[in-house]
Design a protein around this ligand. Structure first.
Ligand code: ATP
Ligand code: MG
Length: 469
Protein backbone atom coordinates (compact mmCIF):
# COMPACT_ATOMS: atom_id res chain seq x y z
CA UNK A 1 0.00 0.00 0.00
CA UNK A 2 2.73 2.45 1.13
CA UNK A 3 5.05 1.27 -1.66
CA UNK A 4 2.21 1.66 -4.17
CA UNK A 5 1.63 5.25 -2.97
CA UNK A 6 5.32 6.04 -3.52
CA UNK A 7 5.63 4.28 -6.88
CA UNK A 8 2.28 5.53 -8.22
CA UNK A 9 1.52 8.87 -6.53
CA UNK A 10 -2.01 10.21 -7.01
CA UNK A 11 -1.02 13.84 -7.46
CA UNK A 12 0.39 15.06 -10.78
CA UNK A 13 3.15 16.93 -8.91
CA UNK A 14 4.13 13.65 -7.23
CA UNK A 15 4.17 11.79 -10.55
CA UNK A 16 6.23 14.52 -12.25
CA UNK A 17 8.69 14.49 -9.35
CA UNK A 18 9.00 10.70 -9.50
CA UNK A 19 9.55 10.68 -13.27
CA UNK A 20 12.03 13.55 -13.19
CA UNK A 21 14.00 11.89 -10.38
CA UNK A 22 14.02 8.50 -12.15
CA UNK A 23 15.17 10.06 -15.42
CA UNK A 24 17.85 12.20 -13.75
CA UNK A 25 19.09 9.18 -11.69
CA UNK A 26 19.39 7.18 -14.90
CA UNK A 27 21.24 10.03 -16.65
CA UNK A 28 23.57 10.54 -13.64
CA UNK A 29 24.38 6.80 -13.62
CA UNK A 30 25.14 6.79 -17.36
CA UNK A 31 27.26 9.97 -17.09
CA UNK A 32 29.22 8.68 -14.08
CA UNK A 33 29.73 5.29 -15.81
CA UNK A 34 31.10 7.01 -18.92
CA UNK A 35 33.43 9.22 -16.82
CA UNK A 36 34.65 6.14 -14.87
CA UNK A 37 35.45 4.25 -18.09
CA UNK A 38 37.25 7.31 -19.49
CA UNK A 39 39.40 7.72 -16.37
CA UNK A 40 40.21 3.96 -16.34
CA UNK A 41 41.22 4.06 -20.03
CA UNK A 42 43.30 7.24 -19.69
CA UNK A 43 45.15 5.83 -16.66
CA UNK A 44 45.89 2.57 -18.51
CA UNK A 45 47.13 4.47 -21.57
CA UNK A 46 49.34 6.50 -19.26
CA UNK A 47 50.89 3.31 -17.76
CA UNK A 48 51.44 1.90 -21.29
CA UNK A 49 53.13 5.04 -22.59
CA UNK A 50 55.34 5.20 -19.44
CA UNK A 51 56.41 1.59 -20.08
CA UNK A 52 57.25 2.38 -23.73
CA UNK A 53 59.27 5.41 -22.56
CA UNK A 54 61.07 3.22 -19.99
CA UNK A 55 62.13 0.74 -22.71
CA UNK A 56 63.54 3.62 -24.81
CA UNK A 57 65.35 5.03 -21.77
CA UNK A 58 66.85 1.61 -20.84
CA UNK A 59 67.95 1.14 -24.44
CA UNK A 60 69.86 4.45 -24.23
CA UNK A 61 71.51 3.42 -20.94
CA UNK A 62 72.52 0.07 -22.48
CA UNK A 63 74.05 1.82 -25.51
CA UNK A 64 75.83 4.53 -23.54
CA UNK A 65 77.14 2.28 -20.74
CA UNK A 66 76.78 -1.52 -20.58
CA UNK A 67 74.31 -4.27 -19.87
CA UNK A 68 75.85 -4.72 -16.40
CA UNK A 69 75.30 -1.04 -15.55
CA UNK A 70 71.75 -1.23 -16.84
CA UNK A 71 70.98 -4.32 -14.77
CA UNK A 72 72.35 -2.61 -11.67
CA UNK A 73 70.03 0.33 -12.23
CA UNK A 74 67.07 -1.97 -12.81
CA UNK A 75 67.74 -3.74 -9.52
CA UNK A 76 67.89 -0.39 -7.72
CA UNK A 77 64.56 0.67 -9.24
CA UNK A 78 62.90 -2.64 -8.33
CA UNK A 79 64.15 -2.31 -4.77
CA UNK A 80 62.93 1.31 -4.55
CA UNK A 81 59.41 0.60 -5.94
CA UNK A 82 59.06 -2.79 -4.21
CA UNK A 83 59.79 -6.02 -6.02
CA UNK A 84 56.08 -6.95 -5.91
CA UNK A 85 55.24 -3.69 -7.65
CA UNK A 86 57.66 -3.90 -10.56
CA UNK A 87 59.49 -6.71 -12.27
CA UNK A 88 62.42 -6.61 -14.69
CA UNK A 89 63.61 -9.63 -16.69
CA UNK A 90 66.48 -9.81 -19.15
CA UNK A 91 66.46 -12.33 -21.99
CA UNK A 92 68.86 -13.19 -24.73
CA UNK A 93 67.95 -12.22 -28.26
CA UNK A 94 66.55 -15.75 -28.72
CA UNK A 95 64.30 -15.47 -25.65
CA UNK A 96 66.29 -17.37 -23.00
CA UNK A 97 66.01 -15.91 -19.49
CA UNK A 98 69.20 -14.35 -18.15
CA UNK A 99 68.22 -12.35 -15.06
CA UNK A 100 65.03 -11.52 -13.07
CA UNK A 101 64.20 -9.23 -10.12
CA UNK A 102 61.34 -11.63 -9.16
CA UNK A 103 60.61 -11.68 -5.38
CA UNK A 104 58.51 -14.79 -5.69
CA UNK A 105 55.17 -13.02 -6.27
CA UNK A 106 55.76 -12.97 -10.04
CA UNK A 107 56.52 -16.70 -10.21
CA UNK A 108 53.47 -17.62 -12.19
CA UNK A 109 54.10 -14.93 -14.82
CA UNK A 110 54.81 -17.09 -17.84
CA UNK A 111 56.68 -15.42 -20.73
CA UNK A 112 54.56 -14.82 -23.83
CA UNK A 113 54.81 -17.60 -26.38
CA UNK A 114 57.33 -16.85 -29.14
CA UNK A 115 57.79 -13.28 -27.85
CA UNK A 116 61.34 -13.11 -29.27
CA UNK A 117 60.12 -14.00 -32.76
CA UNK A 118 57.16 -11.59 -32.57
CA UNK A 119 59.40 -8.77 -31.37
CA UNK A 120 61.81 -9.34 -34.21
CA UNK A 121 59.02 -9.42 -36.75
CA UNK A 122 57.11 -6.35 -35.46
CA UNK A 123 60.04 -4.27 -34.23
CA UNK A 124 57.59 -2.73 -31.75
CA UNK A 125 57.30 -3.32 -27.97
CA UNK A 126 54.73 -6.01 -26.98
CA UNK A 127 52.22 -4.90 -24.32
CA UNK A 128 49.51 -6.94 -22.62
CA UNK A 129 47.51 -7.11 -19.39
CA UNK A 130 47.84 -9.88 -16.78
CA UNK A 131 46.23 -10.89 -13.50
CA UNK A 132 48.43 -13.02 -11.30
CA UNK A 133 47.20 -15.21 -8.48
CA UNK A 134 49.51 -13.74 -5.85
CA UNK A 135 48.69 -10.14 -6.82
CA UNK A 136 45.64 -8.29 -5.53
CA UNK A 137 45.68 -5.93 -8.48
CA UNK A 138 46.05 -6.58 -12.21
CA UNK A 139 49.38 -5.76 -13.88
CA UNK A 140 50.71 -4.64 -17.25
CA UNK A 141 53.69 -6.21 -18.99
CA UNK A 142 55.87 -5.03 -21.86
CA UNK A 143 58.61 -6.72 -23.92
CA UNK A 144 61.14 -4.49 -25.72
CA UNK A 145 64.47 -4.94 -27.53
CA UNK A 146 67.76 -3.42 -26.36
CA UNK A 147 70.04 -3.09 -29.37
CA UNK A 148 73.66 -2.11 -29.66
CA UNK A 149 76.55 -2.98 -31.96
CA UNK A 150 77.83 -5.40 -29.25
CA UNK A 151 74.62 -7.47 -29.38
CA UNK A 152 70.89 -7.40 -28.54
CA UNK A 153 68.86 -8.35 -25.48
CA UNK A 154 65.19 -8.48 -24.67
CA UNK A 155 63.89 -6.71 -21.60
CA UNK A 156 60.52 -7.44 -19.94
CA UNK A 157 58.95 -4.98 -17.52
CA UNK A 158 55.84 -5.92 -15.51
CA UNK A 159 54.18 -3.22 -13.44
CA UNK A 160 51.37 -3.61 -10.94
CA UNK A 161 48.30 -1.38 -11.61
CA UNK A 162 47.78 -0.75 -7.87
CA UNK A 163 48.14 3.04 -8.23
CA UNK A 164 45.50 3.12 -10.97
CA UNK A 165 43.22 0.90 -8.89
CA UNK A 166 43.66 3.26 -5.92
CA UNK A 167 42.64 6.29 -8.01
CA UNK A 168 39.60 4.41 -9.35
CA UNK A 169 38.71 3.34 -5.80
CA UNK A 170 38.78 6.99 -4.64
CA UNK A 171 36.52 7.90 -7.59
CA UNK A 172 34.07 5.12 -6.72
CA UNK A 173 34.04 6.23 -3.07
CA UNK A 174 33.40 9.86 -4.07
CA UNK A 175 30.52 8.73 -6.29
CA UNK A 176 29.06 6.58 -3.52
CA UNK A 177 29.06 9.56 -1.14
CA UNK A 178 27.81 12.16 -3.64
CA UNK A 179 25.19 10.05 -5.45
CA UNK A 180 22.52 10.07 -2.68
CA UNK A 181 22.97 13.86 -2.37
CA UNK A 182 22.59 14.27 -6.13
CA UNK A 183 19.36 12.23 -6.10
CA UNK A 184 18.07 14.16 -3.11
CA UNK A 185 18.87 17.45 -4.86
CA UNK A 186 17.16 16.41 -8.10
CA UNK A 187 14.16 15.19 -6.07
CA UNK A 188 13.89 18.59 -4.38
CA UNK A 189 14.38 20.45 -7.69
CA UNK A 190 11.74 18.27 -9.37
CA UNK A 191 9.24 18.82 -6.54
CA UNK A 192 9.86 22.58 -6.63
CA UNK A 193 9.49 22.75 -10.42
CA UNK A 194 6.33 20.59 -10.44
CA UNK A 195 4.80 22.66 -7.62
CA UNK A 196 5.64 25.99 -9.31
CA UNK A 197 4.39 24.96 -12.74
CA UNK A 198 1.18 23.45 -11.33
CA UNK A 199 0.41 26.38 -9.03
CA UNK A 200 -1.68 27.88 -11.88
CA UNK A 201 -3.80 24.72 -11.97
CA UNK A 202 -4.24 25.02 -8.22
CA UNK A 203 -5.57 28.57 -8.74
CA UNK A 204 -8.15 27.28 -11.24
CA UNK A 205 -9.14 24.55 -8.75
CA UNK A 206 -9.46 27.08 -5.90
CA UNK A 207 -11.68 29.29 -8.07
CA UNK A 208 -13.81 26.26 -9.05
CA UNK A 209 -14.23 25.42 -5.32
CA UNK A 210 -15.25 29.04 -4.56
CA UNK A 211 -17.76 28.93 -7.43
CA UNK A 212 -19.24 25.62 -6.27
CA UNK A 213 -19.68 27.29 -2.87
CA UNK A 214 -21.78 30.00 -4.50
CA UNK A 215 -19.32 32.75 -5.54
CA UNK A 216 -20.47 32.78 -9.19
CA UNK A 217 -18.75 36.12 -9.91
CA UNK A 218 -15.31 34.71 -9.02
CA UNK A 219 -12.66 34.47 -11.81
CA UNK A 220 -9.10 33.10 -12.03
CA UNK A 221 -6.63 36.01 -11.92
CA UNK A 222 -4.49 35.90 -15.05
CA UNK A 223 -0.82 36.12 -14.14
CA UNK A 224 2.23 35.10 -16.12
CA UNK A 225 2.11 31.37 -15.31
CA UNK A 226 3.19 30.08 -18.71
CA UNK A 227 1.26 29.89 -21.96
CA UNK A 228 -0.57 26.61 -21.26
CA UNK A 229 -1.78 27.61 -17.78
CA UNK A 230 -2.71 31.13 -18.95
CA UNK A 231 -4.73 29.57 -21.77
CA UNK A 232 -6.42 27.18 -19.30
CA UNK A 233 -7.31 30.11 -17.02
CA UNK A 234 -8.62 32.21 -19.95
CA UNK A 235 -10.73 29.27 -21.24
CA UNK A 236 -12.02 28.59 -17.74
CA UNK A 237 -12.95 32.27 -17.28
CA UNK A 238 -14.69 32.52 -20.65
CA UNK A 239 -16.58 29.28 -19.88
CA UNK A 240 -17.71 30.83 -16.59
CA UNK A 241 -18.85 33.98 -18.42
CA UNK A 242 -20.92 31.85 -20.78
CA UNK A 243 -22.42 29.80 -17.95
CA UNK A 244 -23.28 32.96 -16.06
CA UNK A 245 -24.92 34.40 -19.17
CA UNK A 246 -26.83 31.16 -19.64
CA UNK A 247 -28.00 31.15 -16.02
CA UNK A 248 -29.09 34.79 -16.35
CA UNK A 249 -30.96 33.91 -19.56
CA UNK A 250 -32.64 30.96 -17.87
CA UNK A 251 -33.65 33.11 -14.91
CA UNK A 252 -35.12 35.73 -17.26
CA UNK A 253 -36.92 33.01 -19.18
CA UNK A 254 -38.35 31.55 -15.98
CA UNK A 255 -39.58 35.03 -15.04
CA UNK A 256 -41.14 35.44 -18.48
CA UNK A 257 -42.80 32.02 -18.39
CA UNK A 258 -44.14 32.72 -14.90
CA UNK A 259 -45.41 36.10 -16.08
CA UNK A 260 -47.00 34.68 -19.25
CA UNK A 261 -48.68 31.86 -17.31
CA UNK A 262 -49.81 34.16 -14.53
CA UNK A 263 -51.93 36.52 -16.69
CA UNK A 264 -54.19 33.91 -18.39
CA UNK A 265 -54.46 31.95 -15.11
CA UNK A 266 -55.50 35.13 -13.28
CA UNK A 267 -58.07 35.81 -16.00
CA UNK A 268 -59.42 32.21 -15.81
CA UNK A 269 -59.70 32.59 -12.02
CA UNK A 270 -61.55 35.91 -12.47
CA UNK A 271 -64.02 34.29 -14.90
CA UNK A 272 -64.59 31.38 -12.48
CA UNK A 273 -65.19 33.83 -9.62
CA UNK A 274 -67.69 35.83 -11.68
CA UNK A 275 -69.45 32.58 -12.61
CA UNK A 276 -69.67 31.53 -8.96
CA UNK A 277 -70.69 34.81 -7.34
CA UNK A 278 -73.10 36.41 -9.81
CA UNK A 279 -76.41 35.16 -11.17
CA UNK A 280 -76.32 35.06 -14.97
CA UNK A 281 -78.53 33.88 -17.75
CA UNK A 282 -77.53 31.05 -20.09
CA UNK A 283 -76.00 33.26 -22.80
CA UNK A 284 -73.77 34.97 -20.21
CA UNK A 285 -72.59 31.57 -18.91
CA UNK A 286 -71.81 30.55 -22.49
CA UNK A 287 -69.79 33.73 -22.97
CA UNK A 288 -67.82 33.10 -19.73
CA UNK A 289 -67.13 29.49 -20.81
CA UNK A 290 -66.00 30.77 -24.23
CA UNK A 291 -63.56 33.20 -22.57
CA UNK A 292 -62.21 30.35 -20.39
CA UNK A 293 -61.59 28.20 -23.48
CA UNK A 294 -59.82 31.15 -25.19
CA UNK A 295 -57.50 31.65 -22.18
CA UNK A 296 -56.85 27.90 -21.97
CA UNK A 297 -56.00 27.86 -25.71
CA UNK A 298 -53.52 30.70 -25.14
CA UNK A 299 -51.91 28.72 -22.29
CA UNK A 300 -51.80 25.54 -24.40
CA UNK A 301 -50.26 27.50 -27.31
CA UNK A 302 -47.55 28.81 -24.98
CA UNK A 303 -46.80 25.40 -23.47
CA UNK A 304 -46.84 23.63 -26.87
CA UNK A 305 -44.47 26.20 -28.36
CA UNK A 306 -42.08 25.74 -25.40
CA UNK A 307 -42.18 21.95 -25.90
CA UNK A 308 -41.61 22.31 -29.67
CA UNK A 309 -38.65 24.60 -28.96
CA UNK A 310 -37.12 22.06 -26.59
CA UNK A 311 -37.65 19.26 -29.15
CA UNK A 312 -36.11 21.34 -31.96
CA UNK A 313 -33.09 22.28 -29.90
CA UNK A 314 -32.52 18.63 -29.00
CA UNK A 315 -32.14 17.99 -32.76
CA UNK A 316 -34.46 16.90 -35.56
CA UNK A 317 -31.96 14.80 -37.52
CA UNK A 318 -33.70 11.54 -36.56
CA UNK A 319 -37.04 12.60 -38.09
CA UNK A 320 -35.81 13.99 -41.43
CA UNK A 321 -37.44 13.03 -44.73
CA UNK A 322 -37.45 14.30 -48.30
CA UNK A 323 -39.67 17.40 -48.40
CA UNK A 324 -41.01 19.33 -51.36
CA UNK A 325 -40.72 22.87 -50.04
CA UNK A 326 -42.79 24.35 -52.90
CA UNK A 327 -45.79 22.16 -52.01
CA UNK A 328 -45.32 22.97 -48.34
CA UNK A 329 -45.33 26.73 -49.06
CA UNK A 330 -48.44 26.40 -51.26
CA UNK A 331 -50.24 24.50 -48.48
CA UNK A 332 -49.25 27.15 -45.92
CA UNK A 333 -50.49 29.97 -48.19
CA UNK A 334 -53.78 28.14 -48.63
CA UNK A 335 -54.07 27.71 -44.87
CA UNK A 336 -53.36 31.38 -44.10
CA UNK A 337 -55.46 32.69 -47.03
CA UNK A 338 -58.60 32.79 -44.85
CA UNK A 339 -56.82 34.86 -42.18
CA UNK A 340 -55.37 37.16 -44.86
CA UNK A 341 -58.80 37.71 -46.45
CA UNK A 342 -60.28 38.33 -43.01
CA UNK A 343 -57.62 41.02 -42.38
CA UNK A 344 -58.05 42.43 -45.93
CA UNK A 345 -54.45 41.51 -46.88
CA UNK A 346 -53.32 40.23 -50.25
CA UNK A 347 -51.31 37.00 -49.77
CA UNK A 348 -49.46 35.47 -52.75
CA UNK A 349 -46.63 33.07 -53.52
CA UNK A 350 -44.19 33.34 -56.41
CA UNK A 351 -42.48 30.04 -55.61
CA UNK A 352 -43.04 28.00 -58.78
CA UNK A 353 -39.89 25.86 -59.06
CA UNK A 354 -39.72 22.47 -57.26
CA UNK A 355 -37.49 22.90 -54.20
CA UNK A 356 -36.51 19.61 -52.59
CA UNK A 357 -34.82 19.56 -49.20
CA UNK A 358 -34.16 17.14 -46.34
CA UNK A 359 -36.27 18.11 -43.38
CA UNK A 360 -39.03 17.54 -40.88
CA UNK A 361 -42.27 18.41 -42.65
CA UNK A 362 -44.25 19.23 -39.52
CA UNK A 363 -41.60 21.60 -38.15
CA UNK A 364 -40.99 23.23 -41.58
CA UNK A 365 -44.74 23.95 -41.67
CA UNK A 366 -44.37 25.63 -38.25
CA UNK A 367 -41.44 27.67 -39.59
CA UNK A 368 -43.28 29.01 -42.68
CA UNK A 369 -46.54 29.30 -40.69
CA UNK A 370 -44.95 31.41 -37.92
CA UNK A 371 -43.43 33.86 -40.41
CA UNK A 372 -46.70 34.11 -42.41
CA UNK A 373 -48.65 34.56 -39.17
CA UNK A 374 -46.35 37.45 -38.18
CA UNK A 375 -46.49 39.02 -41.64
CA UNK A 376 -50.32 39.01 -41.61
CA UNK A 377 -50.62 39.93 -37.91
CA UNK A 378 -48.29 42.96 -38.14
CA UNK A 379 -49.65 44.30 -41.46
CA UNK A 380 -52.71 46.52 -41.52
CA UNK A 381 -55.70 46.18 -43.83
CA UNK A 382 -54.98 46.83 -47.51
CA UNK A 383 -51.38 45.54 -47.16
CA UNK A 384 -49.56 42.83 -49.04
CA UNK A 385 -47.66 39.66 -48.05
CA UNK A 386 -45.53 37.93 -50.68
CA UNK A 387 -43.42 34.79 -50.67
CA UNK A 388 -40.74 34.26 -53.29
CA UNK A 389 -37.49 32.31 -53.57
CA UNK A 390 -33.97 32.43 -54.95
CA UNK A 391 -31.56 29.55 -55.45
CA UNK A 392 -28.04 30.48 -54.36
CA UNK A 393 -25.56 27.68 -55.08
CA UNK A 394 -26.48 24.75 -52.83
CA UNK A 395 -28.96 26.84 -50.79
CA UNK A 396 -32.43 28.14 -51.35
CA UNK A 397 -33.52 31.51 -49.93
CA UNK A 398 -37.21 31.81 -49.07
CA UNK A 399 -38.24 35.46 -48.67
CA UNK A 400 -41.44 36.44 -46.84
CA UNK A 401 -42.05 40.16 -47.32
CA UNK A 402 -44.87 42.32 -45.97
CA UNK A 403 -45.89 45.94 -46.19
CA UNK A 404 -46.65 46.13 -42.46
CA UNK A 405 -45.60 48.27 -39.49
CA UNK A 406 -41.92 47.26 -39.71
CA UNK A 407 -39.43 46.74 -36.86
CA UNK A 408 -37.24 49.46 -35.34
CA UNK A 409 -33.50 49.10 -35.87
CA UNK A 410 -32.82 48.72 -32.11
CA UNK A 411 -35.37 45.85 -31.90
CA UNK A 412 -33.99 43.88 -34.85
CA UNK A 413 -31.19 42.27 -32.80
CA UNK A 414 -33.65 41.04 -30.14
CA UNK A 415 -36.69 39.74 -32.00
CA UNK A 416 -35.33 36.16 -32.14
CA UNK A 417 -34.96 36.07 -28.35
CA UNK A 418 -37.55 34.15 -26.38
CA UNK A 419 -40.52 36.23 -25.15
CA UNK A 420 -39.24 39.38 -26.85
CA UNK A 421 -42.01 41.56 -28.25
CA UNK A 422 -41.52 45.01 -29.81
CA UNK A 423 -43.34 47.98 -28.32
CA UNK A 424 -44.92 48.75 -31.70
CA UNK A 425 -46.80 45.45 -31.74
CA UNK A 426 -47.85 45.12 -28.08
CA UNK A 427 -51.51 45.67 -29.02
CA UNK A 428 -51.52 42.41 -31.02
CA UNK A 429 -51.84 39.04 -29.23
CA UNK A 430 -48.73 36.88 -28.98
CA UNK A 431 -46.21 35.24 -26.69
CA UNK A 432 -42.94 36.35 -28.31
CA UNK A 433 -41.92 32.74 -28.95
CA UNK A 434 -42.82 32.40 -32.66
CA UNK A 435 -39.54 33.70 -34.10
CA UNK A 436 -37.39 31.83 -31.51
CA UNK A 437 -39.01 28.59 -32.64
CA UNK A 438 -38.65 29.55 -36.34
CA UNK A 439 -34.93 30.24 -35.93
CA UNK A 440 -34.40 27.02 -33.93
CA UNK A 441 -36.15 25.04 -36.71
CA UNK A 442 -34.03 26.71 -39.44
CA UNK A 443 -30.85 25.94 -37.48
CA UNK A 444 -31.92 22.32 -36.90
CA UNK A 445 -32.11 22.11 -40.74
CA UNK A 446 -28.54 23.55 -41.06
CA UNK A 447 -30.04 26.88 -42.16
CA UNK A 448 -30.62 30.37 -40.80
CA UNK A 449 -33.02 33.34 -40.79
CA UNK A 450 -32.14 36.98 -41.42
CA UNK A 451 -34.36 40.07 -41.35
CA UNK A 452 -34.50 43.49 -42.98
CA UNK A 453 -37.08 46.05 -42.05
CA UNK A 454 -38.09 49.70 -42.43
CA UNK A 455 -40.58 51.11 -39.94
CA UNK A 456 -43.99 51.85 -41.53
CA UNK A 457 -42.84 50.39 -44.85
CA UNK A 458 -42.47 46.69 -44.26
CA UNK A 459 -40.34 43.73 -43.25
CA UNK A 460 -38.64 40.94 -45.14
CA UNK A 461 -37.57 37.69 -43.47
CA UNK A 462 -35.17 35.50 -45.45
CA UNK A 463 -34.90 31.80 -44.59
CA UNK A 464 -31.79 30.04 -45.90
CA UNK A 465 -31.99 26.25 -46.22
CA UNK A 466 -29.63 23.79 -47.92
CA UNK A 467 -31.16 22.03 -50.97
CA UNK A 468 -31.01 18.24 -51.22
CA UNK A 469 -27.74 17.20 -52.92
P1 ATP B 1 -46.17 34.51 -31.16
O1 ATP B 1 -45.60 34.39 -32.51
O2 ATP B 1 -45.44 33.67 -30.17
O3 ATP B 1 -47.61 34.35 -31.08
P2 ATP B 1 -45.17 37.16 -31.43
O4 ATP B 1 -45.57 37.21 -32.84
O5 ATP B 1 -45.28 38.41 -30.66
O6 ATP B 1 -45.85 36.00 -30.65
P3 ATP B 1 -42.60 36.49 -32.50
O7 ATP B 1 -43.25 35.85 -33.65
O8 ATP B 1 -41.45 35.82 -31.87
O9 ATP B 1 -43.63 36.75 -31.34
O10 ATP B 1 -42.14 37.93 -32.91
C1 ATP B 1 -41.42 38.73 -32.01
C2 ATP B 1 -41.70 40.19 -32.22
O11 ATP B 1 -41.11 40.59 -33.45
C3 ATP B 1 -43.16 40.48 -32.39
O12 ATP B 1 -43.76 40.70 -31.14
C4 ATP B 1 -43.12 41.75 -33.24
O13 ATP B 1 -42.94 42.84 -32.41
C5 ATP B 1 -41.89 41.57 -34.09
N1 ATP B 1 -42.23 41.08 -35.45
C6 ATP B 1 -42.13 39.82 -35.89
N2 ATP B 1 -42.47 39.72 -37.19
C7 ATP B 1 -42.83 40.98 -37.58
C8 ATP B 1 -43.26 41.55 -38.80
N3 ATP B 1 -43.43 40.82 -39.89
N4 ATP B 1 -43.53 42.88 -38.82
C9 ATP B 1 -43.32 43.62 -37.72
N5 ATP B 1 -42.91 43.16 -36.53
C10 ATP B 1 -42.67 41.85 -36.46
MG1 MG C 1 -45.30 35.51 -34.09
Amino acid sequence: MFLNAILKPRSLAGRLTLWYTLVSTFLFTVAIGVIYLLIATVLLNQVDSDLVEDIAEFNDIYRERSIVELWRQLQTEAAADGADQILFRLYTEQGDLLRSTDDGTWDDLEPLENFALTLRADNEPLINGIHLQDHEFPARTIYGTLTDTNGSYIIQIAESLEERADILEIFRLAVLICFPFLILLSLMAAWLMAKTSLSGVQKVTDTAIDISNGALGERVSLTDQGLEIDRLAATFNSMLDKIQLLIRGMREMNDNIAHDLKSPLARIRGIAETTLTGSHDESQYQQLAGSTIEECDRLLHLINTMLDLAETEAGLAASMEVVNLTELIDDACELYQALAVQSDIELGSKVDQDLIIDGNKQFLQRLIGNLLDNAIKYTSAGGKVTIDHKVCGKDVLIRIADTGMGIRQEDLANIFERFYRCDLSRSKPGTGLGLSLALAIAKAHWGNISVQSIVAEGTQFTITLPLRA
